[in-house]
Design a binder for this molecule. Sequence first.
Ligand code: DON
Length: 314
Amino acid sequence: MTRKITPKRLQEIADEITERIAGESERGVVADYIPELAKVDLNRFGIAILPVETEECIVAGDADVPFSIQSISKVFALTLALEKVGATLWSRVGREPSGDPFNSIVQLEYEKGIPRNPFINPGAIVLADVLMDNQGPDKAIEQILGLCQRLANDQSMRIDGDVAASEMKTGGRNRALAHFMAAEGNLRGDVEDVLKIYFHQCSIAMSCRQLAMAGRFLASAGHLSGGEDPTVTPERARRINALMMTCGQYDASGEFAFRIGIPAKSGVGGGILGIVPGIASVVAWCPGLDAKGNSLLATRAFEELVRTIGWSVF
Ligand code: DON
């Protein structure tokens, strides 16, 4: 793996990728099952690369335009849930890839309401339940947003209220998942309160630059910059990365590992957060999705980036 690469060269690569993506005519489709997300311009594209040893983020395209982070929020919710309940979390959610779509219900019935992993929707709904505990939904939402702000060292990011309202209105599938888990005894709080947390965390809006900063602790063995106390232990960072690698792109996780080979988490807003352990965090965003709900061109951008530089955990 080529570890040392100058910021100048990284900038050239980011610019080249951005230019090539702009010329693509096949751009995927926006996530119209959440009507508010369907309004986003398919031509948007941004990329941010943040090496672990510097504060200088390499950016290109729309890297400073906030977008809906959607399922990428599950990484931050998992970090908080592990902090809160530690390894007992694993009695309520598994650590295996599901091989099914992110909003599938079929496995939940066979597996008695225990979701396969924290990154499919039912898994993230269990995380929301863990985070709510006895404190109510608003406090838990505040904690997730607060973690993102602290990690990114940026208080300006917000929850997009229109996206949250859109999800609340159209979230029938997530309601079905939540009620099923409640019936199986794996959801303890009020279903609508738990879903409120989940819908709001998905509606956090962040730019590529902010998200690269927020995710960087996973590239630097749990450390924030500047020698502060670690956000998580190195072991926990490794394990979150392992889950991102095996489960982060749902039923396309194997394909993503095959083509790109780094831990990553996608969201139906079109963003992907990728972690090159020990080297950098990378975010690419392009709103059009492929058939599995992952950004078509952000995936392509990652593929070009890692091929050009030789970044891979393998
Ligand atoms: O619950 C949903 O369906 C969305 N709020 C999040 C799904 C998502 O981002 C899956 N990602 N690829």
